[in-house]
Design a protein around this ligand. Structure first.
Ligand SMILES: C[S@@+](CC[C@H](N)C(=O)[O-])C[C@H]1O[C@@H](n2cnc3c(N)ncnc32)[C@H](O)[C@@H]1O
Length: 211
């Protein structure tokens, strides 16, 4: 479950998010395709950068900003966006609201019980419903060890616990849960602290289950 954050950690989260406009460009491209009004669930929304940026789109009727930390949700609530509703939920165990599209940005590496969350994603979406996932994955086998070492040495601020899976493991899991990749982009970190990780940008769609 997401922990409670200190003020310093919340500020770090806020600042790092604002800088990542590449994430918004990727997400926006997917959202603006929809002609009719859409409902969205953002899982692990943090301080709500995407919910706030969504104001620039004309087609959003409902936005569930979900996180396990009260502190970060306060930043979303302050914005008073009429269609944005915050939800304090533990995504390891929670049931998810039904929506047209779901977003999980830098969430999955915090989730131990990925099976539960992906099953819930499947239930919440219509057939061909989209899930946009942006996350960090180890670039090499040694990456997870190095990340742990950083953690121990406190070289970078690590928010919460990490449960990395490799890109292959994650894609296989999504596939077995009947999600198909329709878009994938991979970016490599340039800064030293991100050098051992890569950032994957995915759009999955929900396939029909054959009984
Ligand atoms: C690395 S932050 C990413 C925040 C935001 N999506 C972004 O891109 O900046 C991960 C977020 O997931 C939330 N989180 C982690 N584990 C969670 C859980 N089990 N249930 C709900 N939220 C969780 C944390 O509270 C945090 O806000």
């Amino acid at each position: 479950m997401a922990g409670t954050y200190t003020k310093k950690e919340v500020n770090t989260l806020k600042q790092s998010v604002r800088k990542k406009s590449r994430d918004w460009i990727f997400i926006k491209r997917e959202l603006k395709h929809y002609k009719k009004p859409i409902s969205i669930a953002e899982l692990g929304c943090g301080t709500g950068a995407i919910a706030i940026l969504s104001k620039t789109l004309p087609n959003i009727k409902q936005y569930h900003a979900i996180d396990g930390s009260k502190e970060v949700l306060k930043f979303v609530e302050i914005e008073k966006i009429p269609y944005v509703k915050t939800k304090l939920l533990d995504l390891e165990t929670a049931k998810l609201p039904k929506v047209d599209i779901s977003i999980a940005k830098y969430l999955f590496h915090h989730i131990k019980n990925k099976n539960h969350l992906i099953d819930e994603l499947y239930k919440q979406l219509p057939i061909k419903g989209k899930v946009i996932i942006i996350d960090k994955f180890p670039r090499w086998k040694c990456s997870i060890l190095i990340e742990k070492l950083f953690h121990i040495l406190q070289i970078k601020i690590v928010l919460g616990e990490h449960f990395y899976s490799t890109e292959k493991e994650f894609e296989k899991l999504m596939l077995t849960k009947k999600f198909k990749i329709i878009k994938k982009q991979v970016k490599f970190g340039k800064k030293f602290k991100n050098f051992f990780m890569k950032i994957n940008y995915y759009v999955f769609i929900k396939k029909k289950k054959r009984h």
